[in-house]
Design a protein around this ligand. Sequence first.
Ligand code: NOJ
Length: 528
Amino acid sequence: MTLTPWWHGAVLYHVYLRSFRDLDGDGYGDIAGLIDSLDHLESLSVDAIWLSPTTPSPDRDWGYDVSDYTNVHPQLGSLAQLDELIALARGKGMRVLLDLVPNHTSDRHPWFIDAQSSRDSAHRDYYMWADPRPDGSPPNNWLDDTGEPAWQWDGATGQYYFHNFLPEQPELNWRNPAVHREFDKIMDFWFDKGVAGFRIDVANGFYKDEALRDNPSNDERLPGVLYQPGKHGQQTVYNFNQPEVHQVYRDWRIRAEQRGAAGGEVPLLLGETWVLHPSQLADYYGNNDQLQLAFNFPLIFADFGAQTFASLIDETFAGIPQGACPIWAGSNHDLSRLGTRWAAGDIAKMRLIHTVLAMLPGAFGLYYGDELGMPDSDIPVGLQRDPLTLGGKNGSWPRDNARSPMRWDDSELGGFTTGKPWLPLHPDRSLNVAGQDADPFSTLNYIRSLLALRRQVHGGRLNRYRQLAATDTLFAYESGDARVYANFSDGIQTAHPVWTVALSTLGKPIAAAGAYELQPWEAIVALR
Ligand code: NOJ
């Protein structure tokens, strides 16, 4: 018998742990704080919690520079606390997903320290080393995420090593089978602990062009190559999205299914598939034999609009294999929050976006704070903590603006910490859990109703999707026993839901079947 995977219809709540809740008063959110806040997640019908990296790290990239893959960062807690979290969350029907960072390590990881010690070291080939060009310059023109050359000179051993992110994040060499074996062990370690799966960092980046060809500029068009403009004037054609990565996922999927066959639960492999085209996204599902979920970056990068959303949703369903599960999410810790990026701070638009995305079949990703309607913060350069985007380096957007600590009450520090918060809180004190909990018309209570309805309609299922309307101003679709109508305009529009209107973003009461007048930026869910 094939059991329906638990992530069909699931809500995945993304906790940026350092900003969630601090119980020990050091100003950084921690596992104990999350444990203390599980009731909040339960009230949102959450099925799984994805934690930003919990592993030890020198924190050049806040955990995305791992120095030990099988331990817990002391600032965040301990292995015992993580065990406790997994058990307590399970008791409330929630699973825990960790963030796995297989693309690179910290330069303080013992593998890299050894690799750097000599050309003959046991771990030298764990990383990507290359000789300079005859004039001593880097082997090719690749740029890192900050816009600087992606090759770091290592004077002691006379070679460059490669980094797509900071120089302190050397990239692993996935052409070396030993690296595969290391990650098999790491994944088993966590699965044996009851971790339900991984969000896989830089899932489209493990392999680079073997010939190290120069990337084309954004002005060039390479015949037969998808156009992928990058943010620093260069297309990332050869340092991301190489075909070899798909074999990694086929292998991991087999191992995941084997766990299921052995009587356990099949772990979830959820990719950070940072691609521009729906067809590339679909490639990561393979023939239903690679990742089970792949974040939909083509949608995340889309402009806000009824037709744009409708066509990207259509393209996603058309692209992924039959029976594959999409995941819909509008915010994460690297990008401007949907409340700012799409909704420009307008609460009506935020609710509309959540409604449109949350009622789609598949999985739904909710980023902490979005349930309160939190927009981006505007953190002054002097208080920014992210080395990758500090001070808007090379035109970057400061990611700290999407990482402001969660407010639990309306006090100055929001109940987040008793110490000095590592990042400033958003100045709007109304964006807090206790206050919104007490207000029946708050965004928090709206999102709770929406996600409860989602669970009723989609929980444990992968319903079919059918578009009903997609004009400049109206987007409507049907899935399972629900129809969604969203008014993307400042005018009133009539919708014909026929079915009973169970939920309105404006908090209007349940309405009988029939025609319905949608107010500006109102979205409704009607049930059969
Ligand atoms: C993607 C992560 O989401 C981001 O925060 C990080 O900086 C890069 N990968 C590098 O690990």
